[in-house]
Design a protein around this ligand. Structure first.
Ligand code: UD2
Length: 312
């Protein structure tokens, strides 16, 4: 294996911490960056013991600490996962969304340009498609974001594409669909639906399904997302551009509820509430481009993924 030095921003977060673990277990050297505002040290407990892991507590957008870190560690690749995760908070705090989901991308791209970093892998989102309805969504589908979070992710993609054109940067934007799995925070009503359902079922609390429950999502296990990120970061040649990270399979909210319920015989029936404002009805991605470019294929079925979530 060709050992690389890989910087991971958002290293202490839900997805970032799994990426760090996978890269370390594959023998790469990892520089983890996180300001620990939403990420948690606990997620990095395993990594901290690893001799190939270095951690920097740093907010990319504050001071020039990040740039100095890139200059000192000279990673082969920067995997930029740090960002404001909550779509809802982005609506309430637009300047925070701008700073963390767009300005930070500019600073990462700029550090990569200055210090000749080989590749940037960026955490984008299916939120860039927003109101686009030509399912399955392929990278050729239009960007029609319906919230500031999706706008900032889409603008970040375009900013990176500018660096590709102007400076020859190799930049790979990965559009995550509905990611779920261990370490996902269930605490907000806008957390991923699967983490909310499992959390409430465990506590014996009632579950509310918004709308009729037949809305569908392309739920993807964090382990598959991590595989996609690591492939995009370590494969020899990956063309710059935007790539879906999805399964190509859709599942309704009712179906996941019924599946989870099998494991909680005492659970009450779900309550049905009004459709959530701003919700899209169906989301489904086409994973072909990522497969052709770097061999990505989602391997965890929704049944296996839910089982793992329940056992975590
Ligand atoms: C994403 C955002 C959400 C909002 C939405 C706008 C995430 C995790 N969520 O939602 O904040 O901006 O995009 O399109 O990024 N559901 C229930 N009961 C619950 C929770 C959710 O029925 O307790 C439904 C929800 O109404 C939706 C589906 O489950 O139809 C999936 O919800 P989600 O928040 O996990 O993901 P998504 O893509 O709708």
């Amino acid at each position: 294996m060709n050992q690389k030095v890989i910087m991971v921003t958002g290293a202490a977060g839900f997805i970032g911490s799994h990426v760090v673990d996978r890269l370390l277990s594959s023998g790469h050297e990892v520089v983890g960056v996180d300001d620990l505002s939403t990420g948690s040290e606990e997620n990095l407990m395993g990594a901290r013991k690893h001799k190939l892991f270095e951690f920097a507590n740093c907010d990319i957008t504050e001071s020039n600490f990040f740039e100095i870190l890139v200059q000192r560690t000279r990673p082969d690749v920067i995997v930029h996962l740090a960002g404001l995760v909550s779509v809802e908070r982005g609506e309430k705090e637009p300047m925070l969304n701008y700073r963390l989901n767009l300005h930070a991308t500019q600073l990462v791209a700029e550090a990569a340009r200055k210090f000749g970093i080989g590749r940037v892998v960026f955490a984008s989102s299916a939120a860039v498609y927003g109101a686009s309805e030509d399912l399955p969504l392929s990278e050729k589908s239009a960007r029609k974001p319906i919230n500031l979070y999706g706008s900032a992710k889409g603008l970040s993609e375009q900013l990176l594409a500018g660096y590709v054109r102007s400076y020859g940067l190799n930049a790979v934007a990965l559009r995550f669909f509905n990611v779920y799995g261990p370490r996902q925070d269930p605490s907000s009503p806008y957390s991923g639906v699967l983490s909310i359902f499992v959390n409430r079922l465990r506590k014996g609390e009632p579950i509310t399904i918004f709308g009729d429950g037949w809305q569908t999502r392309d739920f993807i296990s964090v382990h598959d997302v991590v595989s996609g990120i690591c492939m995009a970061a370590t494969c020899e040649d990956v063309a710059s551009g935007d790539y879906n990270l999805c399964t190509g399979r859709s599942t309704s909210v009712i179906d996941v509820f019924n599946e989870l319920r099998l494991h909680f015989p005492k659970a009450q029936d779900a309550e049905f509430g009004p459709e959530r404002a701003g919700d899209i009805r169906d989301s489904l991605g086409d994973p072909t481009r990522a497969k052709e470019a770097f061999g990505f294929e989602a391997e965890v079925s929704i049944g296996e993924g839910l089982k793992e979530l329940l056992e975590s």
